[in-house]
Write a protein that binds this ligand. Structure first.
Ligand code: CS2
Length: 473
């Protein structure tokens, strides 16, 4: 692909940590639109914190790539040119720190996934026993995202440079506040003056991000080749829908013209985040676990199964919507109708195993908060319990046909140790309920008998039959 003309390239104003497909198909597209509408030096320097794969694919293409938009019966391509360079942190941490500390860097954005914040999920504070955090406390060469942010801010403070804004695009409730906790906790344990400076000078706007972006597959690369004649190894796929609600809280009010790109700037994103995390992501996780157990490969396959279609409408109407406050300008019932259409998009093959990954990091904000709020308020919560039982059955390692499941989760070792030699559904549920990282702070003991009954049914009769049973009552 042809790299953009040197003379028209914008300067770098944003450093992005975690250059996965989601950012390339969502945040980068908003930034491209904002620059097209209103200009500005908002070019992005991407940083991969772990592997060199993305850099290796993008480099020969001059950092330019194709975004493939897939709807049921139409598809479009668009060339995205906002990236100006890509660094691989473990190869050159000094260059990453220099980019973060550059006076031209106004925003550092993040898609490092839930586990990348290195937080203790029960407290929302940094996990000081995390191996990356232990390293970051000892060395000036960081490895974690909070470590890079803290060290870069230390360099900026020492050099008398202004702070930057930290913009999280991860699916976490109040992601800005969590990013702030991670960075400030680490700073406080390193240098209290730095921690005070960060608290005063750095802003951490929370954002709600939404676009379905499954991992790129060979089929996507083939489709792009067929449509454009270009062999683009770094192409990304996405659905037509996109949404970004951003807390309007930037250092010096300096940011791309996000509003011109269609994002919504608000004083408080919490209601939007709750709606999205609990309705979209909660349903995604429920469908991923229960659908996978039933043998469904993708979310659209799962939703085209009438049992799951009925289940998910009921899940929203009976248990999720009643626990939500409506964000301004939104109708939760229409939101559910639109979500179902988005999930049913047959051109998007969002794999159930992909969404099922990292469940220990996702369950609290997607399922558990709603479940235990409903229990507290005497509202129905059996469908949410079934989603949780689905996760328990999934991590136990066998699907409905008896095939082994490859469980990918930062706690997978701990989970398999807990389940080692455990025979009955009752004992499995009891063992999993001891996972502090997932259940601390939730009265999980109170739902253990119901959970056990559901896991038992899942094991004996399979996911579809158990859903039917839950829908009857
Ligand atoms: C999904 C999300 O992988 C997952 O866990 O639920 O990536 C989801 O597709 C996005 O949040 C949609 O905005």
């Amino acid at each position: 692909m042809a790299p953009a003309n040197e003379e028209t390239r914008p300067g770098v104003g944003i450093v992005h940590l975690g250059l996965g497909a989601f950012f390339r198909a969502h945040g980068a597209v908003y930034i491209a639109d904002a620059m097209e509408a209103s200009g500005g030096d908002w070019g992005v320097l991407g940083v991969s914190l772990k592997s060199s794969n993305t850099r290796d694919k993008l480099k020969p293409q001059g950092w330019v790539y194709t975004a493939l938009e897939l709807a049921d019966s139409t598809c479009k391509t668009r060339v995205i040119q906002v990236l100006q360079d890509v660094l691989v942190a473990p190869e050159n941490p000094t260059a990453v720190l220099a980019a973060l500390a550059a006076p031209s860097t106004k925003i550092v954005s993040l898609t490092v996934t839930e586990k990348g914040y290195c937080l203790n999920s029960a407290t929302g504070r940094i996990n000081f026993s995390h191996p990356d955090i232990k390293t970051d406390l000892k060395s000036r060469t960081p490895v974690s995202a909070p470590g890079y942010l803290m060290r870069a801010l230390q360099i900026r403070k020492e050099a008398g440079l202004p702070a930057f804004s930290v913009l999280s695009l991860d699916n976490l409730p109040e992601n800005g506040h969590l990013a702030k906790s991670a960075v400030c906790d680490l700073a406080r344990a390193t240098d209290t003056e730095l921690a005070d400076w960060i608290e005063k000078e750095v802003t951490f706007p929370s954002t709600m991000v939404d676009r379905i972006v499954p991992a790129t597959t060979e089929d996507v690369l083939d489709k792009v080749r067929e449509m454009t004649g270009i062999d683009d190894q770094a192409a990304v796929q996405h659905e037509p829908f996109r949404q970004w609600v951003i807390e309007d809280n930037f250092v010096d009010d300096d940011h791309p013209d996000f509003a011109a790109a269609g994002a919504t700037l608000v004083d408080d994103v919490r209601l939007f985040e709750h709606m999205k995390l609990r309705m979209l992501n909660g349903a995604h996780s429920a469908l991923a676990y229960l659908g996978y157990l039933a043998g469904h490969k993708s979310i659209s396959d799962t939703l085209h199964d009438p049992v799951f279609d009925a289940f998910i409408s009921d899940f929203w109407d009976a248990e999720v919507i009643p626990a939500l406050q409506t964000p301004p300008g939104t109708n939760l019932h229409s939101y559910a109708v639109d979500l179902k259409q988005r999930f049913a998009n047959t051109a998007i093959r969002h794999q159930t195993w992909q969404i099922a990954m990292d469940g220990s990091q996702k369950l609290p904000q997607r399922i558990l908060n709603t479940l235990f709020e409903n229990m507290d308020s005497n509202r129905p919560h059996r469908r949410l319990l079934l989603a949780l039982a689905g996760w328990m059955q999934y991590v136990s390692g066998l699907d409905d046909s008896g095939a082994a499941i490859d469980v990918r989760d930062p706690l997978s070792e701990k989970i398999s140790d807990l389940l080692d030699g455990v025979e009955t559904a009752e004992d499995r549920v009891a063992a999993l309920c001891t996972l502090e990282e997932v259940f601390a702070g939730y009265p999980v003991g109170k739902v253990r008998p119901q959970l056990t009954a559901l896991v038992n049914k899942l094991e004996r009769f399979g996911s579809r039959a158990t859903i039917k049973d839950v829908l009857k009552c």
